[in-house]
Design a protein around this ligand. Sequence first.
Ligand SMILES: Cc1cc2nc3c(=O)[nH]c(=O)nc-3n(C[C@H](O)[C@H](O)[C@H](O)COP(=O)(O)OP(=O)(O)OC[C@H]3O[C@@H](n4cnc5c(N)ncnc54)[C@H](O)[C@@H]3O)c2cc1C
Length: 263
Amino acid sequence: MHIKGKEYPFACNYTVTDRRELDRAVWNKALEAGASFHRAKYISHDHLKKTVRLNHDGKDHEINYNNFILSSGWKYSPLRDPHTFAVAEIVQGESPFPDCLYIKIPDKTLIGYYWIFPMTGGRTNVGGGTISGIPFSFSMIEDFKKEMGIKGKSLGRGGGAIPLRPVPVVQKNGSYLFGDSAGMVFGLNGEGLGYISMMSDVWADAIADKKDLNKIWIDSKIFRKFDKASKIMRFINFFEGNSGIRIYPSLNILGALLKQRMR
Ligand SMILES: Cc1cc2nc3c(=O)[nH]c(=O)nc-3n(C[C@H](O)[C@H](O)[C@H](O)COP(=O)(O)OP(=O)(O)OC[C@H]3O[C@@H](n4cnc5c(N)ncnc54)[C@H](O)[C@@H]3O)c2cc1C
């Protein structure tokens, strides 16, 4: 972690993966377990009638369901819940930090961070996200790449809004929210994937055993962690926005030092 001109290294048990490879691995595992996939566009559902409207083959269809899981990501609405933005670019060429995740927390205007992650196949993932709700643009990534001397060819770009608050009601009758649509993201850094895979067993078991998922979710450690992180992040946002004093970098230094001690 690079903050205020200094580096704070600490051990972390992360895996860096290409999201397309991760999705394919999950897809193949589901196929092996007997799942079948159909390409459709979700339109709406009615949890009282237990029907979902989907568009496939150019037509709208109303389908009855027993259980319906909506994991269509975060639906961004500027006036709704707190959210953050992140964008990433895959660049040809090895990372300048091939053996670690490099995170830079700017100490002036931006509430958020930039990252450089090494990837397989001599590629690098460069990106950034804000926590303030201000859109993060590719021109900011361009400036960051220049600063870090990253000149490789761009192989792909993507990004979007990320929820910053867990949704308390994730089950209505037989319909369930999961992943970003349930706000399953740790608000202090905008990460969701590790938590989403951890919670998938909980969702599957609760649905199979017909348990009250709303209660299980709200009582879970992960929900409490997300809820606290969301409140802290909103406080930081409010404080920095009103006072102009940056506390996010110092909080990260504190976190990095604590992690170093725990090593
Ligand atoms: C740039 C960026 C970098 C990130 N980096 C990290 C990271 O390093 N680590 C981490 O843990 N998290 C990271 N996150 C967050 C993480 O990507 C999300 O938490 C995670 O992808 C959420 O998974 P999901 O399956 O719930 O939603 P998504 O990955 O958003 O998938 C939802 C899918 O539903 C589809 N869909 C949407 N609407 C419809 C519809 N009407 N009909 C049919 N399909 C639909 C979408 O096309 C999409 O394929 C990052 C996010 C961004 C934007």
